[in-house]
Design a protein around this ligand. Sequence first.
Ligand SMILES: [Zn+2]
Ligand SMILES: [Zn+2]
Ligand SMILES: [Zn+2]
Length: 222
Amino acid sequence: MTEMQLRINERQEEVLEAIWCAGENKKYSLTDIQKKCSTDIIAEDLLALEQQGMIVKTTDKVVFSSKGKEHAEAIIRRHRLAEVLVTSILKLKKTEMERIACQVEHSLLPEVEESICTLLGHPEVCPDGRPIPQGPCCKNGHRTVNKTVTPLNELEPGEQGKITYIKPGSHSNWHQLMSFGLMPGVVVAMHRKKPAFCIKFEQMELALDEEIVKNIFVWKIG
Ligand SMILES: [Zn+2]
Ligand SMILES: [Zn+2]
Ligand SMILES: [Zn+2]
């Protein structure tokens, strides 16, 4: 088999996630695992996970190998961080939160994951109250995000960034910002910082208070 074939696919990652969640309730049967899984568990995926040394299957139980446990822990961490992110920024309904978290968990790059975790203050539980496994950033107690994500006020005139997060509840202009179209995903450029902050985005120029600018976080893109 080639390296490619050995890679765990998204469906198999969902199965690992389900095994983890069932295990949190001390349940290990396939029926209990299926209840926790967003997709139908097929024999082929179980076999693949077994062959890759991720799980050990007996007649009535499916348990992790240490390698499988490590892998599942990483997925769970990304899933639950995504839940925190999605609920704190977008205030989505629970069903939406689950769907998006399940998409994000398969594609989040490690460096992005660390930035998000740091931005969110290394959350210990997800919105459902389940524990979020710690990452290196939590263990090292990083207080500030790495260079890629910065508060908007730290961009120099001419620099651009894509909004990743607007800290909610810290100012009353939150809804106003949204109505201007200032929201996660939007690319903004720092126009000038003196005498007041002025940013540019989508052919608009907007003067903002420093207090607001400080609570908008961006990915620096040059
Ligand atoms: Zn998932
Ligand atoms: Zn959760
Ligand atoms: Zn962390």
